[in-house]
Design a binder for this molecule. Structure first.
Ligand code: FES
Ligand code: FES
Length: 156
């Protein structure tokens, strides 16, 4: 039986194994490769997507549990010609992240800003605890997020 769900604003039907991870279904059935396969154990955040408005590791979510849910991936968050404001802020602050960690960070932080448009630095750092970068620092990322607030200095 097909599993129906909404994917980046369109209704789709998945016909494969319901035990497959959402991550693998996204990549191998729908060719949405923005969510990355890294740890596959829920630790790194590279596979983060939004499911019904929550940022979740798609590697831990069986596709069978996605029926009737709404899924947004990094591909559906914004358009290349109209990037999400986080992506613009990252670029403006020279946040140089690799393609493995960056999509998951954007998905986690976009959810954070949706829930809390004026986070403190500590709240931004807390919002990134599930997204691991093994090679750069996190300070510029936090700077970029804080720059989206008019009162970033006051809340630093
Ligand atoms: S690949 Fe899903 S959390 Fe690491
Ligand atoms: S820049 Fe992506 S893991 Fe460090």
């Amino acid at each position: 039986m097909a599993i129906e769900f909404e994917l980046n604003g369109e209704i789709v039907h998945y016909h494969g194994d319901p035990r497959a991870s959402l991550l693998n279904a996204l990549r191998e059935t729908y060719w949405l490769t923005g969510a990355k396969v890294v740890c596959e154990e829920g630790f790194c955040g590279a596979c983060t997507v939004h499911v019904d408005g929550e940022a979740v590791p798609s590697c831990l979510r069986p596709i069978g549990l996605i029926a009737n849910c709404s899924v947004t991936t990094i591909e559906g968050l914004a358009e290349p010609e109209a990037p999400h404001r986080l992506q613009t802020a990252f670029r403006e602050h020279d946040v140089v992240q690799c393609g493995m960690c960056f999509p998951g960070m954007v998905m986690s932080l976009s959810k954070l800003l949706e829930d809390n448009p004026t986070p403190t630095r500590e709240e931004v750092k807390h919002g990134l605890v599930g997204n691991i970068c093994r090679c750069t620092g996190y300070e510029r990322i936090v700077d970029a997020v804080m720059s989206l607030q008019d009162n970033s200095e006051a809340r630093a």
